[in-house]
Design a protein around this ligand. Structure first.
Ligand code: NAD
Ligand code: DAU
Length: 353
């Protein structure tokens, strides 16, 4: 039987990858609900324009009547809840939007989902899942060794991660108290096509091509565990189709790289794919700037549970995924040039602490 899947935040980076995947690789009916903040782009959904199984609704997840009306009309089997304010640096400059969307918005989604679930009967009630897409940042920062597991204690340290930790707690509370069949995934840093240019990897590619300095925070020795976005959406699908309600699954790419290592690899790929006119390496543009306030040192995920229980594993290595990503930014200048012109021009964010 084909599922009816409501994707909040489906015009964003990961949400649009999930929508494109479901449109091409499943028989699901898909509804995207998105406010189209600065981070949402209908152009990321252009590949599913006029797709017979996809519809788009512009709405704010904090707007309870709009959310309730959308759910009542679409009658989802799955709510994949991705809508959020997602950028750590912006949470330093302006935490209010993070509290509103990530906490109040998630509460609003949970209340509407609960009423919907209670209205269902039989197989439809059994089938329903509320899946919250969360982050490894809720676990805080690791030292040189160790990995985040599902039972690692929460220790969020930025306004962004604190708001996501709070939303995880709300989701678990609605599961325990009301019996709502909830799922949570906590994943590491995604990268790939349609990534908003404020984030490290697209920002560095775009600044390389513009001949600008590449701003590396601090010493560049912070470590992130990079996950190709299409590997992530396969994990999400495995979880909402086959995961056990009430459970949490960590999702990671097994690709720990320092920030400086990421920037060097981008430079090397561009040296080969789009060499500078003067013949010098893009590495000449690397520069070190003041660190992010409260910068978490290292994130790394143990993804054993989702592998053991649901058979998921990442298919891309960091080298293969990064090469595909750099190629995509070279071939899709129109997508990111429009964003640079209208919404974000590459300026430094998150220094107002
Ligand atoms: P994104 O910033 O690219 O997209 C967020 C989307 O949510 C946008 O389309 C935006 O318009 C929409 N949105 C924001 N506020 C809204 C509101 N009030 N109502 C309706 N829509 C709203 O984010 P992303 O990187 O795709 O992340 C998606 C989810 O995954 C987030 O919940 C994020 O916390 C989580 N996550 C992201 C990463 C990552 O590396 N990008 C890693 C772990 C977890
Ligand atoms: O770990 C998962 C998280 O990954 C998600 O929950 C967030 O939504 C997502 O934005 C991402 O958070 P990060 O803060 O890790 O991503 P960002 O791309 O902002 O930064 C990655 C690293 O690169 C981080 O250590 C800061 C550094 N950095 C970032 C920028 C934008 C730089 O050195 N220079 C930069 O210009």
């Amino acid at each position: 039987m084909s599922l009816r899947i409501l994707v909040t935040g489906g015009a964003g980076f990961i949400g649009s990858a999930l929508v494109r995947h479901l449109a091409s690789e499943s028989d699901a009916a898909i509804l995207t609900l998105d406010k189209l903040t600065y981070a949402g782009s209908l152009t990321s959904l252009a590949p599913v324009d006029n797709h017979p199984r996809h519809r788009f609704v512009r709405a704010d997840i904090c707007d309870a009547p709009a959310v309730r009306a959308t759910i009542a009309e679409f009658r989802p089997d799955v709510i994949a809840h991705l809508a959020a304010e997602s950028h750590v640096d912006r949470s330093i400059d302006g935490p209010g939007a993070f509290i509103q969307t990530n906490l109040v918005g998630t509460y609003t989604m949970l209340q509407a989902a609960l009423d919907h679930w209670r209205s269902l009967e039989g197989a439809a009630k059994e089938r329903f899942r509320f899946h919250h897409i969360s982050t490894d940042e809720v676990f805080g920062s690791l030292g040189p060794t160790g990995l985040f597991v599902e039972t690692t204690a929460y220790d969020p340290r930025s306004p962004y991660s604190a708001s996501k930790a709070g939303s995880d707690h709300l989701v678990r509370a609605w599961g325990h108290t009301y019996g709502l069949p909830v799922l949570i995934t906590n994943c590491s840093n995604n990268y790939g096509p349609y990534h908003f240019p404020e984030k490290l990897i697209p920002l560095m590619i775009i600044k390389c091509l513009a001949g600008e300095k590449l701003p590396i925070y601090g010493k560049g020795d912070n470590v992130r565990d990079w996950l190709y976005v299409e590997d992530h959406v396969r994990a999400l699908r495995a979880v909402f189709e086959r995961g056990r309600p009430g459970e949490t699954y960590n999702v990671g790419g097994c690709n720990e790289v320092t920030n400086i290592g990421v920037v060097e690899r981008i430079c090397d790929l561009l040296d080969a794919m789009a060499p500078r006119a003067d013949g010098a390496s893009y590495r000449a543009q690397m520069s070190f700037v003041a660190d992010r306030p409260g910068h978490d040192k290292r994130y790394a995920i143990d993804a054993t549970k989702i592998g053991r229980e649901l058979g998921w594993r990442p298919l891309e290595t960091f080298d293969s995924g990064l090469a595909r990503t750099v190629r995509w930014y070279l071939d899709n200048r129109g997508w990111w040039e429009a964003i640079l012109k209208q919404r974000y021009a590459g300026e430094r964010l998150g220094v107002n602490a």
